[in-house]
Design a protein around this ligand. Structure first.
Ligand code: SF4
Length: 156
């Protein structure tokens, strides 16, 4: 018989995500984000942050808390969470990849081996919540916000 998943409340989910982000912040860090938002220009970098479900829920709730019900369609290929001034509109709630993928001006990316344990915790949380592994930020958040992802719908 398949093992049942432990039940987590929204509060439990949030606590685990915040604990992971807090632990990342406490690690010795050679590189530093200076909010240039260059890594948010997906078309230019050719890279899009991949989110596990816990990260996506945490970010989507921040979007909702700001009064937005969906994300804008951007024609420039940049992250839909950039505000009119070109800054991240959910900076305190930004996903793990945004916290570790530093641009060259900020010193380059975080070595994966330094954060492998935190990535493992994100993957475990994803599995517990019934996620299907990492998905690209724009479509994942939009699906959660408009209720296209059934298991996650009630959580936003
Ligand atoms: S969530 Fe924020 S930090 Fe991450 S890519 Fe989007 S605008 Fe940039």
């Amino acid at each position: 018989m398949a093992a049942s998943r432990p039940t987590l409340t929204a509060s439990d989910e949030r606590a685990e995500i915040e604990a992971i982000y807090r632990e990342l912040e406490q690690r010795p860090q050679l590189n530093q984000c200076t909010s240039l938002a260059q890594c948010c220009q997906f078309r230019l970098t050719g890279r899009v942050p991949m989110l596990t479900l816990g990260e996506a829920l945490y970010a989507a709730r921040a979007v909702r808390a700001s009064g937005r019900r969906s994300l804008p369609q951007r024609q420039d290929g940049a992250c839909p969470l950039l505000d009119a001034l070109g800054r991240c509109s959910i900076y305190r709630h930004r996903p793990f990849g945004c916290r570790t993928h530093f641009c060259q001006q900020a010193g380059g990316g975080y070595p994966r081996k330094k954060v492998a344990d935190l990535i493992q915790r994100l993957d475990s949380l994803d599995e517990t919540l019934g996620g299907n592994g990492p998905r690209a930020l724009p479509s994942y958040l939009q699906d959660l916000l408009v209720g296209r992802s059934a298991p996650q719908k009630r959580r936003i």
